[in-house]
Ligand binder design. Structure first.
Ligand code: ASP
Ligand code: MG
Length: 413
């Protein structure tokens, strides 16, 4: 008998009709003889609604109380799904985080899971039940309710699958898998049959929103095979996320991503001496602002320009901090661009094939798109371009690396 964890996201349980459809799907899976744990998110929009309620009552709601509030969304959908499954004649038990001892640290709103005690889940399953688990929530060592971060029902599902050593974790969502690019921007984008954990991690980190980043990290660590598929269609479909296989290296680029939520800050005329980068980036790191790409221009006259990118939401705070340091260290000035586009290509094939970055630059050059910054890792090349060319860059790169004629066009290795 297989043990499978299903996870249904907010749109999949977004209405009574949708919950009925999920129950039908669960019934089919159960009829195949699998043991089933079903993790659910709050109904679509519910978590936002709850956050907004708190904000109407206080500018700074206490995180402990906010967690008590927002964790209720998942409690509702877990109970509703269990009620429906029972109505269909299927023995079902629902569980909240404290009942499963999903113990986390006390970082409200972004707690990390420390342990899960599977004994209750196991006995429920062994007694022939379907177990429905509320995602997103945990309980800290004092017994206080915590939440794991936005989108973290995925994380609950993977953690439960890892703890139970499940055969697979199937993530049901509103798209039928992981695509080579955002199909709204790239009509030619295709669903991937399989993708490695490393590629998925890069793509999730680069803004492909199918899976929550931490859930992919956890799946990789515990080697939990993930299947991303749609709860809206009945076909097979889906994308497997798992360990790298030899054949994956034959594909140079598995996906192209576009992040339009980046800003760029430049300090000009910075004296070129030891310790200044630490002076500039220390306060930014202390403020919890994640800096992505950094470029320092070589200087002829003992002064350099230093440019970095950060999420647009962090721009204002980053600018305040940078202006203070700029004045202290006598930099000539601070410039910024509120929106820039980061376009990236991702693929494990880059490890073994040369010339991928060069081809990327040539493709952008052919479109007349100027590259402002470049960053690379073992399996990724990212460039920053003017935001108005972001979509064009994505389409051109998809065409060149993943389009119908791209198959043969490998660079010389
Ligand atoms: N309901 C939570 C959220 O909206 C968790 C989830 O959907 O995964 O972030
Ligand atoms: Mg989600």
């Amino acid at each position: 008998m297989r043990l499978v964890v299903h996870k249904y996201g907010g749109t999949s349980v977004g209405s009574i009709e949708r919950i009925k459809a999920v129950a039908e799907r669960v019934r089919h899976a159960r009829a195949l003889g699998d043991q089933l744990v079903v993790v659910v998110s709050a109904m679509a929009g519910e978590t936002n609604r709850l956050f907004a309620l708190a904000e109407q009552l206080s500018d700074v709601p206490h995180p402990r109380e906010t967690d008590v509030l927002v964790a209720t969304g998942e409690q509702v959908s877990a109970a509703l799904l269990a009620i429906r499954l029972q109505a269909l004649g299927m023995p079902t038990v629902s569980f909240l985080a404290h009942q499963l001892k999903i113990v986390t640290d006390s970082r409200h709103g972004g707690a990390r899971i420390r342990s899960i005690d599977c004994s209750r889940l196991r006995s429920a399953l062994d007694e022939g039940n379907i177990a429905v688990v509320a995602g997103y929530q945990g309980v800290d060592p004092e017994g206080d309710i915590t939440t794991l971060g936005r989108g973290a029902s995925d994380l609950t599902a993977v953690a439960v699958a890892a703890a139970l050593k499940a055969d697979a974790c199937e993530i049901y969502t509103d798209v039928d898998g992981v695509y080579t690019a955002d199909p709204n921007i790239c009509p030619e984008a295709r669903r991937l049959e399989r993708i490695s954990y490393d590629e998925m991690l890069e793509m999730a980190g680069l803004g492909a929103k199918v899976l929550q980043l931490r859930s992919v990290e956890l799946a990789r660590r515990f080697n939990v095979p993930l299947l991303v598929r749609s709860s809206f269609t009945n076909g097979e479909g889906g994308t497997w996320v798992g360990q790298e296989e030899k054949a994956m290296e034959d594909v140079l680029v598995s996906g192209v991503t576009l992040d339009q939520n980046q800003s760029k800050i430049t300090l000009t005329g910075v004296a070129d001496r030891a310790g200044l980068a630490a002076r500039i980036f220390g306060p930014i790191a202390d403020a919890g602002i994640v800096v992505d790409m950094i470029i320092q221009n070589a200087s002829a006259d003992g002064r350099t320009d230093l440019t970095f990118t950060a999420a647009r939401g962090d721009l204002r705070r980053a600018l305040e901090l940078v202006r203070i340091v700029a004045a202290e260290i006598g930099a000539a000035g601070v410039r910024h661009e509120e929106q820039v586009a980061k376009v990236s290509i991702v693929g494990v094939g880059m490890r073994t094939h040369a010339g991928v970055a060069a081809k990327m630059f040539a493709v952008l050059a052919a479109e007349g798109i100027n590259i402002e910054m470049i960053a690379t890792s073992e399996i990724k090349v990212s460039v920053v371009v003017n935001s108005k060319y972001g979509e064009l860059a994505m389409r051109a790169l998809h065409d060149a690396f993943l389009g119908r004629e791209a198959g043969a066009a490998k660079p010389d290795a």
